[in-house]
Design a protein around this ligand. Structure first.
Ligand SMILES: Cc1cc2nc3c(=O)[nH]c(=O)nc-3n(C[C@H](O)[C@H](O)[C@H](O)COP(=O)(O)O)c2cc1C
Length: 172
């Protein structure tokens, strides 16, 4: 599968088969994050892989009760160990770096026949407490992962013309 195929096939999977994920597959998903770019090569990402059923239930509660978080056979919790560094453009590095790594993981997951759904709606203090994550570490995203038990829905996206401007900003 090439990258564009993975991009086209990826969608947010909120229903998973009850199968476990093979260790090698999960490792290849995390390997994609490991190889991602980061500002100044900080690599400030750390990932907690949760398979334990009771912990997934607790994570689901911490994610505003989103059930599919508990139903996925594994949940990857993406964290940043460094949050202070700011680029000269004024933006913090960590949400960008960790997001790139997470995006890479979602694509390799597709290649492995797996599905993911980026979960941004969660209570970080609760997630931190549950997983023993130190106070100075930031939880950036929660990524349930598993074999999809649902067909890809229709894509709702803006057209290329609406998002791509040539040479200068297009008003209106
Ligand atoms: C930063 C971010 C946070 C998100 N948080 C949630 C979430 O908490 N719950 C959820 O069901 N989907 C969440 N999503 C998934 C989006 O709803 C989904 O990506 C979007 O509707 C486009 O659909 P697609 O991923 O199937 O292409 C999130 C996506 C991103 C990128």
């Amino acid at each position: 599968m090439n990258v564009m195929e993975a991009i086209k096939q990826r969608f947010s999977v909120r229903k998973y088969k009850a199968y476990e994920i093979e260790d090698e597959k999960l490792e290849r998903v995390i390997e994609a994050a490991r190889l991602a770019p980061s500002a100044r090569n900080l690599q400030e990402w750390r990932f907690v892989v949760v398979r334990d059923e009771r912990m997934r239930e607790a994570l689901s509660e911490a994610a505003n009760g989103q059930r599919f978080v508990a139903e996925a056979p594994a949940v990857i919790v993406a964290c940043a160990i460094t949050s202070e560094r700011v680029m000269s453009c004024g933006l913090h590095c960590f949400p960008i770096d960790i997001s790139i790594a997470m995006a890479y993981m979602t694509l390799v997951a597709v290649e492995e026949g797996l599905g993911t759904c980026w979960v941004g709606a969660f209570n970080s203090d609760k997630v931190r407490d549950l997983l023993g994550i130190p106070k100075d570490v930031i939880v950036v995203g929660v990524l349930p992962i598993g074999y999809p038990d649902i067909e890809a829905p229709q894509r709702k996206r803006l057209s290329l013309n609406e998002i791509m401007f040539e040479e200068h900003w297009r008003m209106g």
